[in-house]
Design a binder for this molecule. Structure first.
Ligand code: AMP
Ligand code: ZN
Length: 462
């Protein structure tokens, strides 16, 4: 079956053709580890995870690489402002290394809780400075870059294709843009490959141009090239990276290599909160822990994300979160019912649903549609075969279907039911089995199943 993905570069859905048959190399721009990841960032990593799972489902051998930015990402994605790592270090009175270590660990913990598989390689920018310097030097040698008092800059006038990813009309965009005199840039869209460090700058390394630190964009080119080769299959990231970061990556990589480096560019849309932007000042940059504090599990959040296709905006509201919780609980209860029912023999409908599921995920990761197929399948009369098919689908959803357990409704059962259950426990102690069975049936008639456990009983809604 064809696997179609939307390529930002061609602005169309394309049938995926790998560089090497049966294999796929995927690079994802990773986090800048100066803060906790918020739910918007996490949506993007859930997309990355679904992407690799869809390829694995199709039998590809996946190699996924995600960098850790622990230097060089300045406050603005262009070349302005302080380094985010140094800023956090100064604020928290720690070293940048301590900040990086703390927030990397928090990041990996968060994605693990969301069943986002850790990429196969997670290189740190600070451990690849030599690789970056090599590319910067090559770009200087080839005449694509120039040196100023402030650093080494990429000269976009030498790369006529600049802007091809976003389709931006550079001239229009830049009419009236100010040229920053401090950097000595020739063109406002020229971007830093390397920055020269002021004496008091903390993170810096020796280079042919004195002590300094890399630009953010060159990190991704150096690390994707090192771990995936000169030409690789897919590069992903959030949609905000299209106009600057990825445009710059394309320019420097193609100028350096003299050919196209990435075949498919895929971008996930943003998460909004209450219909607007997420921002610290609005206090809506929620984390996985913020969700937990309100009683929402990582799986419920993942379920919510899976119900919106990655190229659509996802509007987070607490009402939507509550609805996702209810739906996920209902899903788990249904799955449990199928899990505990015998398989009723050959049911061709199940194969049909699995086929529809496969078609949906192969149509540019239409996971919401695949989820619809699952819900339809769950309406079949209870049977273990349905549960087994749901487990196959869960290789992509990764919503812990293998862990569904009996939902315990004892605490929320009406007092009348609980009294009957107590009474039943009493008569069982006295070995009055006839009365015990009568009470069980009476409880069932009122919509609850009573299950005997080692320490008493449990009530489940029927
Ligand atoms: P950063 O750590 O700031 O580089 O961001 C990490 C990833 O999260 C990037 O791929 C961004 O594109 C993505 N991202 C940032 N904000 C949002 C958002 N509101 N919704 C979805 N993705 C986001
Ligand atoms: Zn990147």
């Amino acid at each position: 079956m064809d696997l179609k993905i939307y390529n930002t570069l061609s602005r169309s859905k394309e049938v995926f053709v790998p560089v090497r048959p049966g294999r796929v190399g995927i690079y994802t721009c990773g986090p800048t580890v100066y803060n906790y990841a918020h739910i918007g960032n996490l949506r993007t990593y859930i997309f990355m995870d679904i992407l690799r799972r869809v390829f694995a489902f199709n039998g590809y051998k996946v190699k996924s690489v995600m960098n850790i930015t622990d230097v060089g990402h300045l406050l603005s994605d262009a070349d302005d402002g302080d380094d985010k790592m140094s800023m956090a270090a100064a604020e928290q009175k720690k070293t940048p290394e301590e900040i990086a270590e703390f927030y990397s660990a928090a990041f990996f913990r968060d994605i693990a809780r969301l069943n986002v598989r850790r990429p196969d390689v997670t290189p740190k920018a600070t451990e690849h400075i030599g690789d970056m310097i090599k590319i910067v030097q090559a770009l200087l040698d080839k005449g694509y870059a120039y040196e100023t008092d402030d650093g080494i800059y990429f000269d976009i006038s030498k790369f006529p294709d600049y802007g091809k990813l976003s389709g931006a009309n550079l001239e229009e965009q830049l009419a009236g843009a100010r040229v920053d005199i401090n950097t000595g840039k020739r063109h406002p869209a020229d971007f830093a490959l390397w920055k020269k460090a002021a004496p008091n700058h903390i993170m810096k390394w020796p280079s042919p141009w004195g002590m300094g630190y890399p630009g953010w964009h060159i990190e991704c080119t150096a690390m994707s090239n090192k771990y995936l080769g000169d030409v690789f299959d897919i590069h992903t990231g959030g949609i905000d990276h299209v106009p600057i970061h990825h445009e710059n990556e394309i320019a420097q990589a193609e100028a350096w290599l003299g050919k196209k480096a990435v075949n498919y560019w895929m971008h996930s849309e943003f998460m909004l909160v209450d219909g607007g932007k997420m921002s610290k000042s609005l206090g809506n940059t929620y984390t996985v822990d913020d969700l937990a504090a309100k009683g929402y599990t990582p799986m419920e959040f993942r379920y919510m994300c899976l119900n919106v296709q990655y190229r659509q905006k996802l509007n987070f509201t607490w009402e939507a979160m509550a609805a996702a919780k209810t739906a996920y609980e209902r899903l788990s209860a249904l799955l449990y019912r199928h899990k505990t029912a015998p398989a009723p023999g050959n049911r061709p409908e199940i194969e049909k649903y699995l086929g529809e599921f496969h078609e949906a995920i192969n149509d540019d990761l239409n996971v919401p549609m695949a989820m619809g197929v699952l819900w339809k399948m769950l309406r079949l009369p209870a049977g273990k075969d349905v549960y087994d098919a749901a487990l196959v689908m869960d290789k992509v959803f990764a919503l812990d279907f293998d862990k569904v357990a009996s939902p315990d409704h004892t605490a929320e059962a009406p007092p009348e039911i609980r009294e009957m259950a107590e009474k039943r426990r009493e008569v069982r102690r006295n070995k009055n089995w006839a009365e015990s069975d009568r009470l069980r049936d009476e409880i069932a008639a009122k919509g609850y199943k009573v299950l005997d456990t080692a320490d008493g009983y449990r009530l489940e809604k029927i």
